[in-house]
Write a protein that binds this ligand. Structure first.
Ligand SMILES: Cc1ncc(C[n+]2csc(CCOP(=O)(O)OP(=O)(O)O)c2C)c(N)n1
Ligand SMILES: [Mg+2]
Length: 568
């Protein structure tokens, strides 16, 4: 240790960033981690410090970075106020399986346990929503904790790690050396289980593949395309995992989220073998747990996951295969193939149904035909566009009609957390400025994190944000109409004039009130070269792609009347 140079804790953290190839760090500064901020000054040519306007935005940026690149997104936040704000994205990273390393500045060690200013014990606070959370007590241990944090965030099912770093520990000096970067272990599938899978698929008449989850590499995605084609099996993707499978592939059959096409839901229910790769089969992945019988589905489930603890949490798999998803795909492609003419025609039929579902003519209409706008967007966006989504009912429009193929990417909150799309799009444009970045967000979601427009402007990047403006928290309004029809409570929104708002920011804003205005508005937004908001006025009636808001209310009232009549 004697020949090792003395460094502060903050510098050890930053040296570890360099070791792990970190190029962007997302933060809101705090007095609790000044030493890290100071050390970043000396590496500003290698690491871009993105200082966001709120920790929710900063942490969403880091989470979305993890989804986009597969590498841990790094976020720095201050003690309790910063950590509390960031927690929405930490939970999202946990549910969505996104690699993320969050460093929280902590109070000084000698203040500990006295209810000091902004004191929180992060271990109990973050344990239920992280893969690992720890407080680093000694400066000389920092290299170890940092190396572990980066490994754990990526290993198995990726996810968030939180390290709490006391302020005085960061400022103290130590001669401890860096730890070597630790390669995350990648588990290969068991050969016996793979041959059992081959047998099950060879016998299957109505197989389906269901892909989703996190941790895919481009090779893994390509490999599952080859596998599906070789075995002639239709493929659907999980909720908000739109880019998990190439939409132009002849085997692609659609997204299996809550707004899935009825034909696709039926097809899954009627399948005899379902190969589920990466998706954990939670509520939104299974039509509220109705897609399969509980606990033993009549379809034979082959469930492939990185972490064994997620098997059988709800549905019992006939065959559970624990493996890295990409290693699984490579092994699967080495198996003998099994196809029949009947299977081939089922693939074609599923594809036909998927294509029929892209027709918006029966969708609720206002002055703006939202389905048409989404189809136009498919042609307007580049082949390598990065699209980010939010939470809310407007998401049903792009989840049904938008197409992801080629290098296009989609990142959305599988966790259902609002306020994701704007920070995620800002991050995408900072990380990859040459690619088009489009954020799709409701007026509610924009109200939560739209302030990150300032971060985009500070970094001179110009994502295009489309605000689905229905003047309400539409999703909750829809639930109100389903459970308490006609009784609206707290779900109306009074919105600013987005064009004026953007003007005040030095950004670009444009309003769309009719379908034919959409494409010119998009082109104008693109041509502006500025952060752009397209204020897409939609009719509140367009609550889903299949039913109007009043249709929803009337159906609920009818059900209620029937219940009352039958005395139930
Ligand atoms: C941070 C957060 N707060 C509250 C909710 C509950 N919630 C889910 S969707 C929704 C409304 C979304 O409104 P908006 O963004 O306008 O989209 P819309 O449903 O109108 O399309 C709310 C409040 C949530 N998911 N996330
Ligand atoms: Mg809304």
């Amino acid at each position: 240790m004697s020949n090792q140079r003395m460094r502060s804790g903050g510098r050890m953290v930053v040296d570890s960033f360099l070791q792990h190839g970190v190029e962007q760090v997302f933060c809101v500064p705090g007095e609790s981690y000044l030493d890290i901020l100071d050390a970043l000054v000396d590496v500003s040519n290698r690491i871009t410090l993105v200082s966001a306007r709120q920790e929710g935005g900063a942490a969403y940026m880091a989470e979305a970075y993890g989804k986009l690149t597969g590498k841990p997104g790094v976020c720095l936040v201050t003690r309790s106020p910063g950590a509390c704000n960031a927690s929405i994205a930490i939970h999202t990273a946990y549910q969505d399986g996104s690699p993320m390393v969050v460093l929280v500045g902590q109070i000084r060690r000698n203040f500990w346990g006295r209810g000091s200013f902004q004191e929180i014990d992060y271990v109990p606070m973050f344990s239920p929503m992280t893969k690992w959370v720890a407080q680093v007590e000694r400066t000389e241990d920092l290299p170890y904790y940092m190396a572990q944090a980066f490994r754990i965030a990526q290993e198995g099912r990726p996810g968030p790690v939180v390290l709490a770093l006391p302020e005085d520990m960061l400022a103290a000096m130590s001669g401890a050396a860096d730890m070597p970067v630790q390669e995350p272990a990648r588990v290969a599938p068991d050969a016996d289980k793979m041959s059992q899978m081959a047998d099950m698929l060879a016998k299957a008449e109505r197989p389906m593949i269901y892909v989703g989850g996190a941790g895919w590499t481009p090779e893994g995605k390509k490999g599952i395309e080859e596998f599906a084609a070789a075995h002639q099996i239709p493929v659907c993707v999980g909720f908000r995992r739109l880019d998990a499978f190439n939409h132009d592939h002849p085997n692609f059959a659609g997204e299996m989220g809550p707004p899935a096409a009825p034909d696709l839901v039926k097809r899954m229910k009627e399948a005899d073998v379902v190969l589920v790769v990466g998706t954990r089969l939670g509520e939104h992945a299974t039509q509220g747990y109705t897609l399969f019988d509980w606990p033993d589905p009549k379809q034979k489930l082959i469930h492939v996951l990185q972490d064994a603890r997620d098997f059988g949490r709800v549905f019992h798999p006939a065959l559970a295969i624990q493996a890295d998803l990409n290693k699984f795909v490579a092994a699967a492609n080495a198996l003998p193939t099994s196809t029949t003419a009947a299977r081939d025609s089922r693939v074609k039929q599923a594809r036909k149904e998927y294509e029929a579902n892209l027709d918006p003519s029966n969708s609720p209409k206002g002055k703006v035909d939202l389905g048409q706008c989404m189809l136009q967007l498919n042609d307007l966006m580049t082949d390598d566009a990065i699209v980010t989504g939010d939470a809310g009912h407007h998401t049903g429009w792009f989840q049904r009609f938008m197409k992801f193929s080629g290098r296009r990417r989609f990142m959305g909150p599988v966790s259902g957390a609002m306020g994701y799309a704007v920070p995620a799009a800002v991050m995408a444009k900072i990380v990859d400025p040459k690619r088009m970045a489009i954020g799709l967000v409701g007026d509610g979601g924009f109200g939560m994190t739209g302030n990150e427009v300032s971060t985009a402007i500070a970094h001179n990047v110009a994502p295009i944000i489309i605000v689905f403006n229905n003047g309400m928290l539409g999703s909750i309004r829809a639930w109100q109409e389903l459970s308490y029809p006609g009784r609206v409570s707290g779900t109306g929104l009074v919105n600013p004039d987005y064009v004026q708002l953007m003007k005040a920011h030095g950004a670009f804003g444009i309003t769309v009130r009719a379908t034919e205005e959409f494409a010119p508005a998009f082109r104008a937004a693109q041509a502006s070269g500025k952060f752009a908001v397209i204020d897409l006025y939609m009719d509140p009636e367009q609550i889903t792609t299949r039913i109007t808001l009043s249709g929803m209310r009337e159906a609920s009232l009818r059900r209620k009347a029937e219940r009352e009549k039958s005395g139930a």
